[in-house]
Design a protein around this ligand. Structure first.
Ligand code: SAM
Length: 276
């Protein structure tokens, strides 16, 4: 029998998430239960524990073990120009509006290891917007933020990223934006200059700036409906009048209580515009 289908597993999972919240102030209690169960089972196997209560005991005693578990819980997966049509839509449909602002604040919420923020910085540079933009890229995983800050990518993924960049309407060779080492590449400093990578939880932290664009992709799918509503409320509070919310193909605001504050702007790529 699937061990995640027992009431005991559900109870132990609740206790584990409660313990993590009390001890470390990371709040996973309202993440979507089905994906949380899959993630936790994967973590048990990867970390070599048989039961959730064993894992809980260890996590409470050992901070390193908690941060190891956090790598599983946060699913730190990203790509440069992930879903190229989203970036093409930003470039062709959203940026003409952004060009009317003398200065811009853009928030990449749940930025993982930085690929989405660097992709946006490249796009902004090519559209002559980077100089007037402050990009806030936030996440709850300190190891991901550390990697993002370094701006280093493995050389193995470059081929795919280059293809994504070209499909997104990239105007130059992607190689113009990095310097190559043996098995890795590092983004040039000009891209990083306007990006602030910082710790911020969509669950427990507040709005920190008025923004013209928020990009939050492949994050809200892990939250339950109530928590998604709360986060959409946060985005509504942060966006200026007529500001844009990019969710990407996986997510929508349409069934949320906050939907009434937004118009659908680009259907395929789920880009919404806050009403005036
Ligand atoms: C699958 S990655 C998506 C990365 C990137 N947005 C993309 O689409 O490629 C999900 C990210 O959301 C972050 N995340 C999860 N819960 C969060 C929260 N409460 N607040 C902020 N970020 C969170 C995770 O740490 C992870 O880096």
């Amino acid at each position: 029998m699937d061990r995640t289908l027992t009431p005991q597993f559900d109870d132990e999972l609740k206790l584990l998430l409660e313990a993590i919240y009390l001890k470390y102030n990371y709040d996973f209690r309202r993440y979507a239960p089905a994906s949380m169960k899959r993630t936790v089972v994967h973590a048990l196997d990867r970390m070599g524990w048989n039961t959730l209560s064993e894992l809980q005991e260890k996590v409470l005693q050992d901070t390193d073990c908690f941060y190891d578990l956090l790598q599983s819980l946060t699913i730190p997966v990203s790509e440069m120009f992930r879903d190229p049509s989203y970036f093409r839509a930003l470039r062709e449909k959203v940026f003409p509006h952004l060009k009317t602002y003398p200065s811009l604040k853009i928030w990449v919420a749940g930025c993982s290891t930085g690929e989405e923020a660097y992709s946006l910085a490249i796009l902004l540079q090519e559209e002559d917007l980077l100089e007037r933009t402050t990009l806030y890229a936030t996440d709850i995983n300190p190891r991901s933020l550390e990697r993002a800050e370094k701006g280093v990518l493995s050389g193995e993924v470059l081929q795919k990223f280059t293809r994504n960049y070209q499909e997104s309407g990239g105007k130059r060779p992607l190689a113009d934006y990095y310097t190559a080492a043996v098995n890795s590449v590092k983004f040039v400093g000009t891209l990083k200059k306007n990006i602030t990578f910082t710790d911020h939880s969509l669950v427990t932290d507040e709005v920190f700036a008025e923004t013209q664009l928020i990009s939050c992709r492949n994050v809200l799918i892990y939250f339950d409906r109530g928590l998604q509503d709360q986060v959409f409320g946060l985005f509504n509070a942060s966006l200026c009048r007529k500001g844009f919310l990019g969710l990407g193909a996986q997510e929508t605001i349409q069934f949320s209580k906050q939907a009434k504050h937004f118009d659908l702007f680009v259907k395929k790529d789920r880009i919404f515009q806050k009403k005036g």
